[in-house]
Design a protein around this ligand. Sequence first.
Ligand code: SAH
Length: 256
Amino acid sequence: MSLRFFVLTIFPDFFDCFKKYGIVNKALKTGKVQINTINLRDFTEDKHRTVDDVVYGGGPGMLLKPEPIFKAYDYLKTVSQNPFVLITEPWGRKFDQQFAKELSQKEDVVIICGRYEGVDERVKTIVHQEVSIGDFILSGGETAALVIMDSVIRLLPEVLSEEESLKVDSFSDGLLGYPNYTRPAEFRGMKVPEILLSGNHKLISLWRRFQQLKRTYEKRPDLLEKANLSLEDKKMLNYIYKGKDFEDYIKGEKID
Ligand code: SAH
């Protein structure tokens, strides 16, 4: 089974580049996901293929007209049994890893991309959820759709070659990721932490957990309140709160 995205947009070419690279490209090639762009202009009736119109009541800018969106949706219903319909809106449910997980479990996800001043409000009658990627204003929903699809696709089963890397990603267990290093072991006088070269896997995994907790405490303390913490995590945090480092923890807890 694969996840199918249907993106309703006035700029279908917007997604070409996205489909060409990396994990997304691989997932498309192996059939784990489909990205179908639906050009709203194909569902217009006039010669100029008009998708927008002025705002009732006055005011600046244009709105996406309801007819092409509803017609595109009617077409979609002929190819999808149970589409889950999203619309990009700055006031929508804030997109996050939990939201991405939920979407990764769906079969067909439709993303309606707003443009101009937005869309005619009546479109909301076919929408299950409004989605925002953050408290800022984009010029269109396409960039939001890219963000959403990218994060959902990497959660699909068998998409990442090392599924392990999902588990160590930031947010996957409510904490931020730990710091990583690659070769050389010393670069411009900066050394890779000794422990990582030690080959002591038990110690390395403790060090990484400690660093995850420390980074989360320093950069996103709000996440700690919701995270699922073990007794050991809480012990580590007691050191972190006091400004102590991993070596203090090892000594204090008599770990070798
Ligand atoms: N007039 C609107 C802004 C329109 S921006 C307002 O007052 O808020 C044009 C389109 O870009 C929107 O319709 C929406 O589809 C998309 N968009 C803008 N900011 C977004 C965000 N933070 N998240 C998701 N979509 C966004």
